[in-house]
Design a binder for this molecule. Structure first.
Ligand code: SAH
Length: 291
């Protein structure tokens, strides 16, 4: 089993969550278990770890990895928006700590068949869970020009959303757009030259992934539910990777009377981590206590 993903803000997450022996922790996005291997060590044999992920393949890898550390864990193939039901179903009414490391893993990015990356050629799919109703290919080939432009704007803050949407519609009239490279090439061709600090397709791909997987909706639903299951004095830490997610976390932590923000300024990776791990570039962690 090859581990591809390097966990982001691992030390900071351990410090902020301040996990004690015997505690119950939910990792809402367990992925390859980069964080949870350490969480499991901290809760010890008297504690318990619940891991959730939408991706069943990654769960197999994770089971193997965690089994080397302990047996007091359960992995659930599911969506963290249902975290309440998942925790209850496993027989717990309250937990001590909740953690989520949003987005996709390097493992998923590196596998072209998800279609997340404009650097890997693959089918334009983007569904983290193949049971989702529609894929990025459906959005790109069937949605109206206006709908595509709105998605690029609302889920990607792409300032050239209208121009890109128009070019997508023109291109699909000639031939259905089926691969990541086809889409990346359409976007790259129209993107104004002096606005290319990042790859021109970055925001388009981000927007499609967020939309197809309803990532912002899932996050809001999860944040709505979690105060019910975190014991008073328990903690929640969330790592996000773009401003849309971070804004949701920030607002909920600020406005909800059930949360007290623990970190006054947002926690970001130190320069050493930034150099060693590309994925850490845009990471931001916020931590709150259940009050
Ligand atoms: N912390 C992990 C990496 C997590 S990457 C590690 O260090 O190994 C993010 C993971 O979240 C991915 O595996 C992705 O499939 C999962 N994910 C994204 N949205 C989800 C959701 N709504 N519910 C459950 N899992 C989700």
């Amino acid at each position: 089993m090859e581990i591809v993903h390097i966990p982001v803000l691992l030390e900071e997450a351990l410090e902020q969550l301040s996990i004690k022996e015997g505690e119950i922790l939910v990792d809402c996005t367990i992925g390859e278990g980069g964080h949870s291997v350490e969480f499991l060590k901290k809760v010890g044999t008297k504690g318990f770890l619940i891991g959730i992920d939408l991706d069943s393949i990654v769960l197999e890898k994770c089971t193997e990895r965690l089994s080397k550390v302990g047996t007091n864990f359960r992995l659930v193939h599911g969506n963290f928006k249902n975290v309440l039901g998942i925790v209850f179903e496993l027989g717990f009414s309250k937990v001590d700590k909740i953690f989520a490391d949003l987005g996709m893993s390097s493992f998923q990015l590196s596998k072209g068949d998800f279609g997340f990356s404009f650097r890997e050629n693959g089918p334009l799919d983007m569904r983290m869970n193949k049971e989702m109703q529609f894929s990025a290919m459906d959005v790109i080939n069937r949605f109206s020009e206006n709908e595509i432009a709105s998605i690029l704007w609302e889920c990607g803050e792409e300032r050239f959303s209208r121009l890109i949407a128009r070019k997508i519609v023109e291109a699909r009239e000639i031939k259905q757009i089926e691969t990541t490279f086809e889409l990346a090439s359409i976007v790259s061709k129209v993107y104004p030259l002096h606005h290319r600090k990042i790859h021109p397709a970055t925001r388009t791909f981000q927007a499609l992934r967020i939309y197809v997987n309803n990532e912002l909706g899932n996050l809001s639903l999860m944040l709505d539910e979690v105060p019910e299951i975190i014991r008073i004095g328990g903690r929640i830490a969330i790592i996000s990777y773009h401003s849309l997610e971070d804004r949701i976390v920030k607002n909920v932590f600020k406005k909800s009377p059930k949360f007290k923000i623990l970190n006054k300024t947002v926690i970001k990776p130190k320069s050493g981590e930034l150099k060693a791990n590309r994925r850490a570039r845009s990471a931001k962690m916020r931590v709150a206590e259940r009050v």
